[in-house]
Design a binder for this molecule. Structure first.
Ligand SMILES: [Zn+2]
Length: 392
């Protein structure tokens, strides 16, 4: 898609319209000037078979590098000088067809000599109905053959040819023309690609935008609140909304009884909206301030806190399982101390001469009195062992 930011002038809008008509695919003009001249231009394009769409502040034109879509048309150029000069050149590019152009009485009085001569030099069959080199005129199109052309653009840059021809041409302009309109004699080297209907962002008004539902979740002990923001988002405002909602969900989404399920589901449901918003090109033509996207979700404090908590929780569960638990085993004659309270046993071997030694071990058949029987796991051979209190 090509988005052209048109300066709000009559001449800029007319030049953008003719470029869009001659280009490949659909072009969108953002906030073109609306005036009788530009409306007349758009109407003329429609009569020539170009598809021209209108939305608030936007104009879409399906371009046709091969010229008009119809082979017979009557076009009234009203009072528009650019219309009267540009549209005949578009029509002349058609492979075949008959096109009649007329204009207001005032426009009929203005001469078209350079246009007439230029098109005739390029082999176009152009005839004036009343006065030679004035509207009204008739073009019997059979394509513009290539060639070399000297054009005096000093009078008006509108005479520089529109990029409607498939054949190569060389145009010599004897006098440099001060008008920026000369730029339009350069054919578009990178034709825009086709683009469907264009919505504008409901937050900032920029285009293009895509319809999306961005979700959030807030858990409040027993109640679950599902938050949605729905509308057409441009890439910037959509990214900002997604990041804010997701970050809020990470922060506020865990405090309800069912939130453990609701929060992850909410975030998964946002994936589609996020990828559609992400696929948009950079927005242009915003009418109101855009939302600031801010930092990525994963770089925000809620995500960092949640991730830290997950890491800690994971560590608490997984790490003890990864570290092999070495169970001490004893044989008769060892000395131990118990870190638990009998009959619980958390036994550690200590030196028999150490002051920490509390019990000494004997085989089970030698148990008596105040001895404790050890858990079987403390014997490598699963034999019964006894712990005798050390006599101090
Ligand atoms: Zn926006």
């Amino acid at each position: 898609m090509t988005v052209i930011h048109v300066p709000g002038s009559k001449s800029g809008t007319a030049r953008a319209l003719v470029l869009a008509a001659a280009a490949n695919g659909t072009s969108t003009l953002v906030r073109p000037l609306r005036s009788d001249d530009t409306e007349g231009f758009a109407e003329g394009l429609t009569h020539l078979g170009y598809r021209v769409g209108q939305e608030v502040d936007l104009r879409h034109i399906e371009g046709r590098p091969s010229g008009p879509a119809v082979t017979d048309a009557d076009v009234h150029c009203r009072d528009g000088a650019t219309t009267a000069r540009f549209l005949p050149t578009l029509a002349a590019a058609a492979a075949s067809g008959t096109y009649r152009f007329d204009a207001s009485a005032q426009m009929r009085r203005r001469p078209l000599a350079p246009l007439t001569e230029a098109l005739r030099t390029l082999g176009v069959d152009l005839r004036h109905d009343a006065a030679e080199r004035h509207h009204s005129l008739r073009i019997s199109a059979s394509g513009i053959r290539g060639g070399e052309l000297t054009l005096d653009a000093g009078e008006s840059s509108q005479y520089l040819p529109s990029p409607g021809s498939q054949n190569s041409r060389t145009v010599r302009v004897p006098e440099p023309t001060p008008s920026p309109g000369v730029l339009m004699s350069t054919p578009p080297h990178h034709p825009p690609t086709s683009y469907g209907s264009v919505a504008s962002c409901h937050i900032c008004g920029a285009i293009p935008a895509v319809h999306a539902v961005v979700r959030g979740h807030r858990g409040l002990v027993v109640t679950l609140r599902f938050l949605t923001e729905e509308g057409a988002f441009c890439r910037t405002c959509g990214t900002a909304t997604y990041r804010r909602m997701t970050s809020d969900t990470l922060w506020q989404g865990w405090w309800g009884l069912l939130s453990v399920f609701a929060a992850p589901v909410t975030m998964v449901m946002n994936i589609g909206a996020r990828s559609r918003i992400r696929a948009l090109p950079h927005p242009v033509g915003n009418l109101r301030p855009q939302l600031a996207p801010g930092r990525r979700v994963l770089a925000r404090p809620p995500a960092l806190v949640i991730m830290a908590a997950l890491v800690v929780a994971l560590g608490a569960v997984v790490v003890p399982k990864l570290i092999p638990h070495t169970q001490p085993t004893f044989t008769a004659g060892d000395c131990i101390r118990n870190h638990a309270k009998w009959p619980e046993q958390d036994l550690e071997e200590v030196g028999c001469s150490s002051p920490e030694a509390e019990y000494w071990i004997s085989d089970g058949d030698k148990c008596w009195g105040r001895d404790w029987l050890l858990y079987l796991e403390y014997s490598a051979e699963k034999k019964t062992l006894c712990a005798h209190p050390m006599s101090k």
